[in-house]
Ligand binder design. Structure first.
Ligand SMILES: [Zn+2]
Length: 303
């Protein structure tokens, strides 16, 4: 290959931006409470949020088993938590698997633990909701039998094996009909479903790319589906866009954000402030959605 061609190829590769690589290394679990949580009991308690009208238990501390689930009412929310005693000096809060886990020094009373929960209730409830709503480990838990639910653009489709069904079809009532012949063959079901999902993905992406490209006044040369495990999309300097077909499992806002991101690269082949200004032009709410997308590692999706 002549030197100039080698150079061109290298340049092209370099310009295939490695998108969202920060997401790959994003910590999954557990999420630790960001600020040190005080207090030892003899110190003043943190200010209690005004919405916390929680009747708190004043029961004396009994030596508990190391892990025990308790409940605390915060307004109209019931927060369940486990309490572990340790030799640490302050109360620690962590959310794992959408559950609050508290680690507290042995001499801290339950009342003080609950004060700490109330002081952090907004953070706790946000994290719990976030973890509940994301399809973490869905790849392992996804079922493929009759009646199983499959995430699709922010909703769920329900699988249904139908004797007279010849090919995969979506009904009005959000049933995903499959040929009964695939019922006892999970590999076949998965293959059929993946084929159908890819078709939907291409249709949805094409439509969104076209609309957003005209809004931004840019063109693209091609659109392809990718099945990369570490990136949601890419865009070359020649305007070749690839979007991960697994985006179709996610809420539509996230598809919109990725579409906006790739198209903005038609204006700026970098991640500079000027680039983000272009993203914002197409999708003003991108900041929040970009953060939400980090809760969906590609490897956790059902297929
Ligand atoms: Zn990018």
């Amino acid at each position: 290959m002549p030197v100039s061609q080698v150079f061109d190829r290298a340049l092209q590769l370099a310009l295939q931006l490695d998108l969202f690589s920060d997401l790959v290394t994003a910590p999954r679990t557990p999420v630790r409470e960001p600020l040190a949580t005080q207090p030892p009991p003899q110190q003043p308690l943190p200010p209690v949020a005004p919405t916390a009208t929680t009747p708190r238990t004043t029961e004396p501390e009994t030596p508990p088993p190391s892990l025990r689930t308790r409940q605390l009412r915060c307004g109209d929310q019931l927060i369940a938590y486990t309490l572990t005693r340790s030799s640490r000096r302050s109360i620690g809060l962590a959310i794992r698997d959408a559950q609050l886990h508290i680690t507290a020094p042995r001499r801290v009373t339950i009342a003080a633990v609950e004060e700490a929960i109330i002081a952090k209730q907004r953070w706790i409830l946000n994290k719990i909701t976030e973890q509940k709503n994301r399809p973490a480990r869905q790849r392992e838990t996804q079922q493929w039998n009759d009646g199983a639910l499959l995430p699709f653009m922010g909703t769920s489709l329900q699988l249904r094996f139908v004797p007279e069904c010849k090919r995969v079809a979506l009904t009005d009532a959000r049933w995903l009909d499959l040929p009964a012949s695939a019922q006892l063959d999970e590999a076949k079901s998965r293959l059929l479903i993946e084929g159908w999902l890819r078709k939907q993905a291409l249709q949805v992406f094409e439509q969104k790319i076209r609309a957003a490209a005209s809004r931004l006044g840019v063109s693209i040369s091609s659109l392809h589906l990718s099945s990369a495990r570490t990136r949601w999309g890419s865009c070359t300097s020649k305007g070749e866009i690839r979007l991960n077909w697994r985006l179709i499992f996610l809420p539509e806002s996230m598809i919109d954000y990725v579409v906006a991101h790739e198209l903005a690269h038609r204006r700026e082949m970098n991640h500079s402030p000027r680039f983000w200004a272009q993203v914002e032009l197409i999708y003003p709410a991108y900041r929040e959605v970009r953060k939400q997308l980090q809760q969906y590692p590609i490897s956790s999706l059902p297929l």
